[in-house]
Design a protein around this ligand. Structure first.
Ligand code: SAH
Ligand code: SF4
Length: 414
């Protein structure tokens, strides 16, 4: 069994290989992140008769994803000897939660530490929860660092350390639910489920650290489990994957995952996009928008979100707004204007607030919804593009610089 696992190739097998490596070292195999067939397979390996395995996998699935249980001994519909066998071989333990920060606006940021996979080191990952009056959105990371180097993005300054596994992607959602009390309490009367209206995490967005389409297999697996009706049961319409424009992955996202799509556009001509979103040199605006036009399932009821970061004097003129409207013609779209979130060392400024409003008014008047995304959690560095691992996080001096930046941007009508 190889100890060093290349997660970019045949990731499903690598997942299982990693789990087997873990168990061969005496660690228990974590059952989170396996699809139903894989779950049945590992049960057989542990000695459960193949005839029972599928039924047992279904029971476990419910305990793991519906009820969020971590303790095999409390799984009341499973016979006691079997519960012991499960506990001896497997685990549902959560990863180490290094830090939980709560912003003055209620945004929460969690810092997880995941154990090494293969020969690597432990990695740290950030996940952000953004409560709003009508929804609660969890922003999930797909990679540690990023191979792309968008010039306005903090994550882009951290080299790719590794892809996250399906288990690690799902753990971000599961621990968020643990912390927010989103799993039903099986034992309390009438508590077999949390009604939709009471759920804290109603939406998830793959907009944390990393480029999800460069970790496609793991992201797909995690999102299919997150949307499974017998498990975490989030509607695919409430799951959004954001990409900087990995064109070959876009069609696959629609056909194999079926979730909503967001595109980090940020510029209306190739010259500027080449500079600020360098993947544009590989897949230019025309190719990107073609893939959007053909996105499986796109319609007026399932519009694509185009994200557009507002950079002062760079991409925020009314001419840019005009170009944007022209480019998106014929694509069912909504445009999310994101005020640039500064980070220490960044070379941009956020556009003036009245310019953002003018831009938004123009796009709106031309038929596209263009909400301005209110920056959330800036005080805990949880806003878009501000995420980076603890290991690379701010030193005191940098924090001071950041506070000074906050003072500068606070006049923007937030
Ligand atoms: N890699 C993916 C998803 C993560 S980034 C992508 O690029 O789409 C999530 C969103 O935050 C993207 O639209 C990204 O362009 C935006 N973003 C990055 N840095 C930002 C910053 N400093 N201020 C505002 N938005 C930023
Ligand atoms: Fe990577 Fe997205 Fe940041 Fe670009 S914006 S560097 S793709 S995380």
């Amino acid at each position: 069994m190889p100890l060093s696992i290349d997660l970019t190739n045949d990731q499903t097998r690598a997942d299982i290989a990693a789990k087997s490596v873990a168990s061969s070292k005496g660690d228990k195999v974590c059952l989170i992140g396996l699809d139903r067939a894989e779950l049945a397979d590992v049960l057989v390996e542990a000695g459960i008769p193949p005839k029972q395995a599928r039924m047992r996998a279904s029971q476990l699935w419910q305990w793991i994803y519906w009820y969020g249980h971590q303790d095999f001994s409390a799984m009341s519909n499973i016979a006691k000897p079997l519960r012991s066998l499960l506990a001896e071989n497997f685990t549902l333990a959560r990863p180490e939660l290094v830090e939980e920060q709560i912003s003055e606006d209620g945004t929460r940021k969690w810092l997880f530490r995941f154990p090494p996979r293969g020969a690597g080191k432990p990695v740290e990952v950030e996940t952000v929860y953004i409560p709003e009056s009508d929804r609660g959105t969890l922003c999930i990371s797909s990679q540690v660092g990023c191979t792309l180097t968008c010039t306005f993005c903090h994550t882009g300054t951290q080299k790719l350390v590794r892809n996250l596994t399906a288990e690690e992607i799902l753990m971000q959602l599961i621990v968020a639910r643990d912390r927010l009390g989103d799993f039903p309490n099986k034992d309390a009367e009438g508590q077999g489920f949390v009604p939709d209206g009471d759920r804290k995490v109603t939406n998830i967005v793959m907009m944390g650290m990393g480029e999800p389409l460069y970790n496609f297999e793991h992201v797909k697996k995690a999102l299919l489990i997150a949307s499974d009706n017998e498990g975490l049961s989030l509607s695919k319409r409430r799951i959004t994957l954001s990409t900087s424009g990995v064109v070959p992955g876009i069609e696959r996202t629609g056909s194999e995952i079926g979730c909503m799509l967001a595109i980090s556009l940020h510029a209306t001509n190739d010259e500027l996009r080449d500079e600020i979103v360098p993947i544009n040199k590989k897949y230019n605006i025309e190719k990107l928008l073609d893939a959007c036009r053909n996105y499986p399932g796109v319609s007026n009821a399932r519009r694509i979100t185009f994200e557009y970061v507002m950079l002062k004097g760079v991409n925020d003129s009314l001419n840019d707004a005009k170009e944007l409207v022209r480019l998106l013609k014929g694509i069912p779209a909504k445009i999310n204007l994101i005020p640039f979130n500064p980070w220490p060392g960044s070379n941009y400024q956020c556009s003036d607030w009245d310019q953002i409003e003018k831009f938004s008014d123009f796009v709106n008047a031309n038929g596209y919804a263009s909400p301005i995304r209110t920056p959330r959690g800036r005080d805990i560095l949880a806003a878009c593009g501000q995420l980076k691992s603890e290991s690379e996080r701010l030193r005191i001096k940098e924090r001071e610089a950041l506070n000074a930046m906050h003072a500068m941007v606070s006049g923007h009508g937030e």
